[in-house]
Write a protein that binds this ligand. Structure first.
Ligand code: GBH
Length: 489
């Protein structure tokens, strides 16, 4: 019953949006060109290179600042409908503040957007994908209550300049990673500031969510009528399943889900708003940090319902064991407080180059079904999903092909179940600076030669397979590219 003929009958609807994703710091380079300001990753990688696996940085990265036309050409080769990229805050607002706009920065994104629109490729713009202006970090970053206004001012500049052509905005990429994980393994300043105590996690979450809601309302009230687009947020939602049917495992898995993503999803998407209830209770028993950072009634109401869609970055899954404590805590603050239970992937799940990434069965479907029930059937986009291989010329990336095909089946399962899933963005269009892994882990559909000043991009086998799926709207397991030369159809 696993025959390819059976699977081939399942097709993606014509209006399902396929795309690919990147983020500014990971691809752009040109870190100090044409008036761009310094951001926290410039600062971190320059001052604490030991925190990056290969001591590298994003100074040049894939040099997309100079290669954006080639990037759009790659999107045309793939035949995708959309491209998700992010705006570098310090490139358009070098001081972080909106009173000084950098025309060269605005011009770069205008050129990129116009180039995409020439070929009917829709921009999906992430307003913030981790590269905070250093000036704002020096003022406390997300922990400063003023952050909400800095972000609203920045969002206004983005809507004003690009909203005539951009119809989908994502305020933040992965609040969990911003408030809990950011740079945690670089031994850095930013990490120490953000993670020294659990309370900072909750304060960060609170300010981030209020900032998101402010930007959403700004769009809704001042831009939507004339620009006609949508605004949402992207949260990293991996699947955390109970290891067994035992009550301990079930309770532990639920607590884990709420601590991993409920903290950020619940305030926006739940009917009651605020931090997840059980999670709050568990913490309040421990200490007062959540209480200190909890929302006021007004804030709860202000944040609730502020998303036209739910962007989900989904990569993997873990099994949670209620009877085993996590010995070494990966996320220092929040995990210690909650005494999170142990979790690990199933031994049988294939492992990627990244330690945290395995191919888990049908995990997109499991995740979306769960979210759909919890949050009253929202519109979803998968805004990231992808597989890492080790540094090297991995052009025949059959393990990435296997991962993408499995994801496609899980998307189809979600569509069959009636989940309002509108699109899928592969991470990533091309190899890029993989944060603390530097260039040692590669997620691209296109290989990038980082030793070549031209940063030549070469399609991998997965690019051909993805292109075939996008074009024919089904997964053909027999398909093999007959040449590794890409064309634009
Ligand atoms: C996404 O995060 C990011 O949005 C994107 O920028 C990134 O390139 C992509 O995933 C691939 O990583 O190495 O054990 O310290 C996904 C969530 C959270 C996964 C942090 C990696 C670090 C685990 N990420 N996590 S570890």
């Amino acid at each position: 019953c696993f025959g390819s003929t059976v699977r081939q009958q399942r097709r993606f609807p014509d209006d399902f949006i396929f795309g690919a994703a990147t983020s500014s710091y990971q691809i752009e380079g040109a870190w100090n060109e044409d008036g761009k300001g310094e951001n926290i990753y410039d600062y971190e990688t320059h001052n604490y290179p030991e925190g990056i696996a290969d001591g590298s940085n994003g100074d040049i990265a894939a040099d997309s600042y100079h290669n954006y036309k080639r990037d759009v050409e790659m999107l045309r080769e793939l035949g995708v409908d959309a491209y998700r990229f992010s705006i570098s805050w310090a490139r358009i607002l070098p001081t972080g503040f909106a009173d000084e706009v950098n025309p060269a920065g605005i011009a770069y994104y205008n050129n990129l957007i116009d180039e995409m629109l020439k070929y009917n490729i829709a921009p999906l713009v992430t307003i913030y994908h981790w590269d905070l202006p250093k000036t704002l970090q020096d003022l406390g970053g997300f922990l400063n209550p003023e952050f909400v206004d800095w972000f609203e001012d920045y969002a206004r500049v983005v809507f004003e300049n690009f909203g005539d052509r951009v119809k989908k905005f994502i305020t933040f990429n992965e609040p969990r990673e911003i408030c809990i994980v950011t740079l945690m393994d670089t031994g850095s300043d930013v990490k120490d500031k953000l993670n020294s105590k659990a309370v900072t996690t909750y304060l960060c979450a609170k300010h981030l969510l209020v900032a998101h809601a402010k930007a959403y309302k700004l769009y809704d009230q001042e831009f939507r009528a004339k620009q006609g687009g949508e605004c949402g947020i992207t949260i990293s939602v991996n699947w955390f399943g109970a290891a067994t049917e035992s009550p301990e495992d079930i309770v532990a898995a639920e607590l884990r889900r709420q601590g991993e993503w409920g903290l950020f999803a619940h305030p926006i998407f739940s009917a009651e708003g605020g931090f997840p209830k059980e999670f709050g209770e568990a913490l309040i028993e421990k200490n007062a940090s959540l209480v200190l950072a909890d929302f006021t009634h007004e804030e709860k109401a202000f944040i609730r319902g502020t998303a036209d869609f739910f962007g989900v970055n989904h990569y993997t899954a873990s099994l949670v064991y209620g009877n085993k404590k996590q010995t070494e805590s990966f996320l220092p603050s929040i995990m210690d407080e909650l005494e999170y239970n142990y979790m690990e992937p199933d031994d049988n799940w294939p492992a990627a180059a990244s330690s945290w990434l395995t191919l888990a069965p049908d995990s997109i479907f499991k995740t979306l079904s769960h979210l759909r029930t919890l949050y009253n059937d929202p519109v979803f986009y998968i805004t990231e999903n992808g597989w890492s291989t080790k540094n090297g010329l991995d052009l025949f990336d059959d393990d990435r092909v296997r991962y993408y095909r499995a994801s496609m089946e899980s998307l189809l399962n979600s569509l069959d179940a009636g989940i309002k899933l509108k699109g899928y963005m592969a991470w990533s269009l091309m190899d890029n600076f993989e944060w603390s892994a530097g260039y040692t882990e590669r997620f691209g559909l296109y290989h990038v030669d980082f030793s070549d000043p031209a940063r030549t991009r070469t399609p991998k086998k997965s690019a051909f397979v993805y292109k075939h799926i996008v074009k024919h709207r089904y997964v053909d397991y027999e398909y093999e590219p007959d040449t590794m030369t890409m064309t634009i159809d």
